[in-house]
Design a protein around this ligand. Sequence first.
Ligand code: F3S
Length: 405
Amino acid sequence: MHLTPDEQAILDGSQGKSKQKAMKLLAGLGEFYKADKLIQVSSVQVSGVSYKTGGEALISVLEEFANEGIMVETTSFLNPAGMDLVKWKEMGVTPEFAEKQKRIVELYTALGIQPTCSCTPYNIVEPPHVGEHVAWAESSAVSYCNSVLGARTNREGSLSALASAMLGKTPNYGLHLDENRKPTVVVELDCELESGDLAMIGRHVGTMVKSGIPYFKGIAEAKLSELKGLGAAMAATGSVALYHVEHITPEADGFDVSGLEVISIDENELDKIKALSRDPKADADLVFFGCPHLGEDEVEHILELLHGRHIREGVRMWLFVPRALLKGDISSKLDSLTTAGVEIFADSCCVVAPLDGLFKGIVTNSGKAAFYLKNLCDTKPVLMTTQECVDFAVGHFTNGTDELI
Ligand code: F3S
């Protein structure tokens, strides 16, 4: 990979040990993936924020960078932390964990990284435009960035994202290049879609296509939040970092997909996919919304579905939103949700928080959360549609024939 004289100088240590390490990492990645050069990125999303996953090792690395006075070279923001930075006690987080978690966020902030602590940065900061190069790390944000925004990022790891933030660059390979953004498989949907179905379909398609690039046909319209859920689920069960939706996503209509393998999903198949995870009698005591973090329209939708009903005893409902949303126009609706017994949190989510042993089971509408909660939180997750989750929380779950279960 070609390095400019300035880049070579950084690799030789001209700007200190930390930047030298960062350049070594990016140059190594570039060599491995046969990149021709490093390219500028307009933003970086840094993952690896929770003390639950990063531990003491993360604190020592960040302290080393902070001691050297390193500052990031491009707009950079943080993925969710292991707790709500203000209401952590209400999440059952211990003071010891809270102290470590606050230290991690402080250290990242000292490097010049914005402590947004959200996996939906595109709803907080100016989103990148079609064709713009960025280096984002959280898998659902990567999927949204590539697919829905049409900007370009590889699925960065926490270290490569941090190195990109420190240098403002990334190696030019993978999804930064036109030739690697072509669809590899068609997913033909021949079924009526209800709200929440795309997250279930995403969970199924991810397991089938792995790291492929699916091209969806048969989605007449989809809200941005539904595309967000579709991508998040495929990124979790497979490692899908880019998908296209005919007539909807920005690059879709530029491809000829004739001759590609086709995966068909009709009404019967969709029923089977939904039946796999649905469990109205789930032994769960938490309903979790906000993976990825909720936008205003999703908050409004949950409030509508509650329809004045209160969360039942023995069950909690947690919603996770970007902190910026708490102060926005939606705040009165968030207040109404709180009155209904819903608990609203920011900065974090159930997957990266230390929830082990706190809940018997967790019901969620997120294909991604349902995939990760089992292993990362030692709990039994159940995937349902948003309506079903709300009905479960208030104790009015029906079997589809108005009969209460
Ligand atoms: Fe975001 Fe946590 Fe889900 S980081 S995408 S809410 S697992």
